[in-house]
Design a protein around this ligand. Sequence first.
Ligand code: NAD
Ligand code: ADE
Length: 424
Amino acid sequence: MSTTAVAKHHVKDLSLAPEGVRRIEWADRDMPVLARIRERFARERPLEGLRISACLHVTTETANLMRTLKAGGADVVLCASNPLSTQDSAAAALVAEYGIGVFAIKGEDHDTYYSHLYAAVDHRPQITMDDGADVIGILHAHRREQLGDILAATEETTTGVIRLKAMEADGVLSFPVIAVNEAQTKHLFDNRYGTGQSTVDGIVRATNVLLAGRTFVVGGYGWCGRGLADRARGMGAHVVVLEVDPLRALQAVMDGFRVMPVEDAARIGDIFCTATGNKHILRGEHFEVMKNDAIVCNTGHFNVEIDIPALEALATERTKPREFIEQFTMADGRHIHLLADGRLVNLAAAEGHPASVMDMSFANQALAAEYAARNHGTLEPKVYVVPEEIDKEIARLKLEALGVRCDTLTDEQAAYLGSWDEGT
Ligand code: NAD
Ligand code: ADE
């Protein structure tokens, strides 16, 4: 173990730190863009002395982001953005090996989850980094005296960005927020390929179910939903898509998926996974008609997409056949299996997105924090997109790391694209 002073913490077990270090270093091999930013941050120290409170999924990939912020000079504290997504060994390593304060334990109860959020707020952040807007929510609702300390914030996920835009529209947002999710190098890759692969991984790890030949119902055909639909099809499932947006429903149809209303899909699905960011997609009337042994789970941010109280109310018996599976017996004897308490199944039952895709998401986080530190004086209390030059630079660095070269415009081509009078 290192000689670094043990940072303030509430984690499961510090003796897990050596395993955490090995796993964090393993992830780091696949995070070359973030590693380059970390090297530059160590030289230039753009975050010198800034207190940052991060509320993210506490994974090996997040650990590499925390190391990067610290290398840039920040005084960082991390808490979990979900009670089930923490990797306890990564949390231990951050505290014991990398000297970063962590408040997160996998499986923490509601009160502990909130005490950890408040521990992050007690760090008196100047920059916050959220995945789901929890810290920003607490600051605005319960710690208004701290709002003046905040220079700027970043937000990782679609649901968080939706909430922050609602706060901006209501005129209650008190500081600028950079919406990392809106970067193209974030949602086009993380939400799509990351969620696609890791959600299938979570379902398979939890159940060991064969997807081939099964009817797999995907709730929502946004960036996460289309990634999941593609991957489930790749494993041989018959994929059905649920949508409320006609344009996206049409895209799903032309991508070769069946689209139908949830009441029809409920009768034929073997596996259901929601990815809408909305509430109560699967409700009591749907559980009443589902097939015996239907599996239901969610990969959207909050555990509200499945109406769990309705499922509980219909059940005559509840058992736990395996970790991450709860079996509900209906009055007619049918079983419905709920995975991971309806929380993000990819992070609860598996490890979340692979490092290679988090490389780009967290390069955006690191560069957004640097941008916020440099430019907060010129920003208003609004939701901002990541500047295009940062987005493009991350794509360029990722291609370089992958050993892929692409073309550049010739001068003639650039002039042609800028002209309006050259035709056939
Ligand atoms: P998105 O906005 O691109 O897509 C959501 C889709 O759901 C939209 O097309 C919308 O029309 C549809 N929808 C809304 N209500 C619906 C309903 N009642 N029935 C059917 N479809 C409905 O969002 P996204 O980027 O795909 O994110 C989806 C959710 O996943 C969010 O909560 C986001 O925060 C979360 N997310 C999770 C992970 C993860 O690791 N599991 C990663 C990224 C994002
Ligand atoms: N969100 C989805 N996957 C993740 C991961 N591996 N680490 C942190 N946040 C994530």
